[in-house]
Structures are given as structure tokens and as C-alpha cells.
Design a protein around this ligand. Structure first.
Ligand SMILES: [Zn+2]
Length: 108
């Protein structure tokens, strides 16, 4: 159930999930209907939202290659994959505040 929620949170469609899991789309639709009933949601996006709010999902897509992916790896106690390490490096280059203050250039 959590797997289905995670994939929905990543923006996968039921059709894509059925393909990934090698199941009939109808079967995945039944899983999604059960999930919605369990969470009291009318739609799949609402189910994702309610799950985030309830702390069932951490609200962070589990995609790779950026700062969020890097943090997700660390949170799970994993060594970040190469994609996420590269993403984190780019993120730090963009957002990190330099530790050393640059001295203003001398003005003539
Ligand atoms: Zn990764």
C-alpha cells in the first residue's frame, strides 16, 4: 500500500504502475480504490495529500538526482547514489553561502 502511495506521489499513473508491477490496470485500480477508502479520499491526489498530512508519507518524492533525493538517501541511512551526489553538489554550488568572505577589491 505504501509502495502504491509512493508511486502516486511521484506522479506515476495507475496505468504506468500496472505496467511496472506487471499487473492488469483493473487490479491496480482496485488497490487504489482500497487506498482511497482507507484514507477517506475521493481522488488519488487527495489520498497522497492526506497520507502526507498523516505522516504516512514524508511528502518528498523519492526521485533521484537532486538535493531532495540526496537527503532521502541520508534519511534512510543509505549511501547516496551517483546521480544524487552530483545533484547535491550542484545544489550546494548554487545555494551554499561561502564560508570565507571575499575581500573587496582595492579601488584605485
Ligand atoms: Zn539517488
Amino acid at each position: 500500500m505504501l509502495d502504491l502511495l509512493t508511486l502516486l506521489a511521484e506522479g506515476r499513473t495507475l496505468q504506468q504502475i500496472a505496467h511496472d508491477w506487471d499487473l492488469e490496470p483493473g487490479t491496480v485500480r482496485i488497490y487504489a480504490a482500497r487506498l482511497r477508502r482507507y484514507l477517506g479520499a475521493d481522488t488519488n491526489p487527495q489520498a497522497v495529500y492526506l497520507a502526507c498530512r498523516a505522516g504516512i508519507l514524508d511528502g518528498r518524492p523519492q526521485r533521484h538526482g537532486d538535493h531532495a533525493g540526496y537527503e532521502a538517501h541520508r534519511k534512510r541511512g543509505e549511501t547516496p547514489c551517483d546521480d544524487c551526489r552530483a545533484g547535491e553538489k550542484a545544489h550546494r554550488a548554487r545555494y551554499a553561502t561561502p564560508r570565507k568572505r571575499q575581500t573587496a577589491p582595492e579601488r584605485p
